[in-house]
Each structure stands twice: as structure tokens, then as C-alpha cells.
Design a protein around this ligand. Structure first.
Ligand code: ATP
Ligand code: MG
Length: 459
């Protein structure tokens, strides 16, 4: 009997010991597998050039990769773990004003459990310098419960430099295009100055010098010199390469600047230019960006409008001679939505849907080889996006209309608050499209669907 009990006990002990050995072997194998998979994930994270970090619901860093620490100027990833990432790298806007966490797109996406993408922001480094960045943020969930987010980012310094170079090249090309009319514009005051000076010299030969007459001639010379200086200064400022720093300005400064630049060329080509814009530049709120870059956008649009209207004028006038090529520029502030709406329309005929779809693509052109780079609209779109605005185009009765919508700081003259810092994509994603813009888009869709195809073109 005892032998049986002993045998069973021995057997049970043997089974328990074997189970324990099997179990610990499985645990070891499992932990090896876990370690292997962790080191695989780490090597993937560390092999990527993009910075990646995770956030818990408080916005504290749960992990980061080597590129993240490197780009932000930290010795290693551990230096970031547990730190509040908004306070560390996103605390201040590019203009030096504080960036409250409540306005931070990463934090808002984290709290709302949604994705977000921003392509024109900055991150601050440990040494107090900053770099331009594009980032994406994705929510992280355990089952359905939101537990944090993962942010990936890249340094877009190189891209910004290429963009700045392109804008500069495009500005110089615009000046080249306007060269003939500018020479004419400069020649006009020069010849008035010349005539006034000759007249004055002639009068000086008389013994009895007519002082009033001389004073008139000199006043003419002074005012024409002023006019010349204004033209030359404007061209000098326009052609200067912009530093990267945005400023507050009135969009009408750019509208009037662009109109002054093309007025002579338009006049010489027989194009009627209609302008609807506030007379006083300080009546509307201010937009944020570079005034000469906005001017460059408007000049691109005015150049396209000129080409389109002249082409149609050449064919229509060949038939009956009654067509007046017309370009209309309008600037309105929509106070309810804190946006400026600039539109440039022309009667140069509709744009076919196939062209409309690709119109903002870089290098897309319908011009003959050597006559257009196809970069005008793509550069314009980049500039407007950089200002957190939207540019779109739609067909109208007998022509097209380009519309630019820019967020403004409300108030006259000085900004009273920050304009919404949303990019175009974010505005759409959030369904925060101002009513004025909604109206335009509906009109776009209807117009294009009626004439050309199913969709609007909107950037
Ligand atoms: N107002 C317009 N009317 C008709 N077509 C237009 C108009 N604006 C642009 N387009 C079309 O869009 C194309 C792209 O315009 P974009 O300004 O980008 O380049 P481009 O004018 O061809 O070249 P570049 O700007 O270098 O001179 C034009 O070739 C033209 O087909
Ligand atoms: Mg163009």
C-alpha cells in the first residue's frame, strides 16, 4: 500500500517539476521572443530618418526614437521620456509669441482622439533654436480606450530653402516680363523732368525771371522725381529676397502694389482693369506673411489672366472686333469669418476640366515650349498655404475666377489677436470652413459640374 502511495506521490512530484521546468522554459522563450521583437521595433524606430515620439494623455513623452532626440538636440531618447513635449518643443510660435497648449494641433488631436497633419510649423531644440517642421499625429488606443498618440515629424528646412529660391526666381521672372512696360513707366516721368528742366533753363535766360513759372517747373520736377523713386523703390523691395520672418500687413498693400506693377502693361495691351478694393489700406484686418510674396501671387494670376484674355481677344476680334478683354480684381474683408477674400477674374474663356484638375501641379502648362514654366500657380499655392490660406479656381460665365482666402486678425491697423493657425487641410478636416468660403465652393462645384465635369478645383 505504502509503495503505491509513494509511487503516486513521486509521479505527482515528477509531473509538477516537469510542468515547472516546461513553464519556465516557455517564459524564457516568450521573453526572448519579446526582447527580439522589442529590439526589432527599436531598430526599425532608430533606422528611420523621421523623428517619432509617443504621448500619454497628459502630453508626456512615453518613448522616442534616435532621430527624434537627434533632431531636437538631445543626447539620447531617455532625456525625453516623461517630459511634456509641448513645453519642450512647441511652446512658442515662430514670431516669438507664446503657443498655448490649448491651441496646439498635436494636443487638440490627442484630446479628441483623431489624426492631424500640419506642414508649416516649427519645433524648438534644446539649444533654443528652432527648425521648420511638417508633422503627423495619430491616436493610440488599447481596444477602444484612447491611451495616447504617436507623432512623426521631419525637418523641412531644405524644402523651405528650395521654395524660397523658387519664389525668388519667379519674382525675377515677373520683373523680366514687366521690363518693357517698366521702362515705359520710368521714361514718362523722365521726359517730363527733362522738359521741365529745359523750360526752366530757357526762362533763366530772360532778364526778368518769372519766379512763379520757375517754381511750377521745379515743383513738377520734384513730384516726378518722387514718382520715379516710388517706382524704383517698389521694384527694389519686390525683388529683394524675403527673410524667413512673417509680418502683419494689409492685403490691400499687395493688391495695390501688384496693380501698379501691371497697370502700364495692361493699358498698352488694351486690357480693361477693374479694381474693387478698399481705398484705405488700414480699414481691414491684417494678414500674416510677406507682402511681396502675396504681391507675387497676384502678379502670377494677373499674368495668366492677361495671357488668357489676349488669346481670346485675338480670335474674337478677328471675327467681329467688339470684344473688350477685361480683368477684375476685388478685395473684400469678410468680418464674420475673419477672412480676406481676394478674387481675380477674367473673360478669357473657361478652363477645360482636364486642365482645371492639374492647374496647381508643378510644371503643368498649356503654353508652348519655352513660353511658360508651369510653376506660377504651384508657387502661388505654396505661398498662400504658407499664410494658412486657400487658393481655388472656378469657371464663370465666359471666363475664370481665382479666389484667395486669407485668415485675418480682426481690427483696424494693428492685430488684436492671432489669426486661426489652421492650414487649409485642417480647416477642411475640422469642417470649419467659413460661410463665405462655403458659398464659393458650392458655386465652384455647380459651375464646373455644369460645364466641364464632376468636381471643383480647390487647394
Ligand atoms: N486665367 C487663366 N485662364 C485660362 N487658363 C489659365 C489661367 N490661369 C492659368 N491657366 C492655365 O493654367 C496653366 C498653368 O498656369 P501657371 O501659371 O502655373 O503656368 P504658366 O502660366 O503656363 O507658366 P508660367 O507661370 O511659368 O509663365 C497655364 O498654362 C494655363 O493653361
Ligand atoms: Mg503663369
Amino acid at each position: 500500500m505504502w509503495e503505491v502511495i509513494l509511487a503516486i506521490t513521486g509521479l505527482v512530484i515528477l509531473m509538477v517539476v516537469s510542468f515547472a521546468i516546461w513553464r519556465s522554459m516557455s517564459v524564457v522563450a516568450l521573453s526572448r521572443r519579446l526582447c527580439a521583437s522589442e529590439s526589432r521595433i527599436n531598430s526599425i524606430l532608430n533606422a528611420t530618418e523621421e523623428g517619432i515620439y509617443g504621448l500619454d494623455l497628459e502630453g508626456n513623452c512615453t518613448f522616442s526614437n534616435a532621430a527624434c532626440a537627434r533632431m531636437l538636440g538631445y543626447e539620447n531618447e531617455e532625456k525625453l521620456t516623461g517630459k511634456n513635449m509641448h513645453d519642450l518643443l512647441h511652446h512658442t510660435h515662430a514670431d516669438g509669441s507664446p503657443h498655448p497648449v490649448g491651441e496646439c494641433p498635436i494636443n487638440r488631436a490627442l484630446q479628441e482622439g483623431r489624426e492631424a497633419h500640419v506642414d508649416n510649423d516649427i519645433f524648438w531644440k534644446s539649444d533654443g533654436t528652432s527648425f521648420p517642421t511638417e508633422y503627423w499625429t495619430y491616436p493610440v488606443r488599447r481596444d477602444v480606450e484612447l491611451i495616447g498618440s504617436v507623432v512623426t515629424f521631419i525637418n523641412i528646412n531644405g524644402r523651405k530653402e528650395v521654395q524660397a529660391q523658387l519664389i525668388q526666381t519667379s519674382k525675377l521672372a515677373t520683373l523680366g516680363e514687366l521690363a518693357a512696360s517698366t521702362v515705359h513707366e520710368i521714361n514718362q516721368p523722365l521726359s517730363i523732368i527733362g522738359m521741365a528742366a529745359d523750360g526752366a533753363l530757357e526762362r533763366l535766360k530772360d532778364d526778368d525771371v518769372d519766379k512763379d513759372m520757375l517754381s511750377n517747373k521745379l515743383t513738377t520736377i520734384a513730384s516726378q522725381t518722387e514718382r520715379l523713386a516710388a517706382i524704383v523703390n517698389h521694384m527694389g523691395l519686390f525683388s529683394r529676397k524675403d527673410d524667413g520672418v512673417f509680418e502683419w500687413f494689409n492685403a490691400c498693400e499687395s493688391v495695390h502694389g501688384a496693380i501698379e506693377m501691371v497697370a502700364e502693361q495692361y493699358h498698352a495691351s488694351g486690357i480693361k482693369l477693374e479694381v474693387i478694393s478698399p481705398r484705405e489700406c488700414n480699414v481691414c484686418g491684417r494678414v500674416r506673411g510677406h507682402p511681396h510674396q502675396l504681391e507675387q501671387v497676384l502678379l502670377n494670376l494677373l499674368s495668366n489672366a492677361r495671357k488668357a484674355t489676349l488669346k481670346i481677344a485675338a480670335s474674337k476680334n478677328a471675327k467681329n472686333g467688339a470684344f473688350v478683354p477685361t480683368v477684375r480684381v476685388s478685395l473684400k474683408e469678410n468680418k464674420a469669418n475673419s477672412v480676406d477674400i481676394i478674387s481675380i477674374s477674367n473673360n478669357g474663356g473657361n478652363i477645360p476640366y482636364g486642365v482645371l484638375k492639374k492647374i496647381f501641379d508643378p510644371f503643368f502648362t498649356t503654353e508652348r515650349k519655352g513660353e511658360g514654366t508651369g510653376l506660377g500657380l504651384s508657387i502661388s499655392r505654396d505661398i498662400i498655404r504658407g499664410m494658412n490660406g486657400i487658393i481655388n479656381v472656378y469657371n464663370t460665365e465666359g471666363g475664370v475666377c481665382f479666389t484667395i482666402i486669407l485668415p485675418v486678425a480682426p481690427g483696424k491697423g494693428k492685430p488684436r489677436g492671432r489669426p486661426r493657425r489652421k492650414g487649409a487641410e485642417e480647416m477642411f478636416a475640422d469642417n470649419l470652413i467659413p460661410d463665405a468660403l462655403k458659398g464659393l465652393i458650392v458655386e465652384n462645384e455647380k459651375d464646373i459640374a455644369d460645364r466641364d465635369g464632376p468636381a471643383k478645383t480647390q487647394m
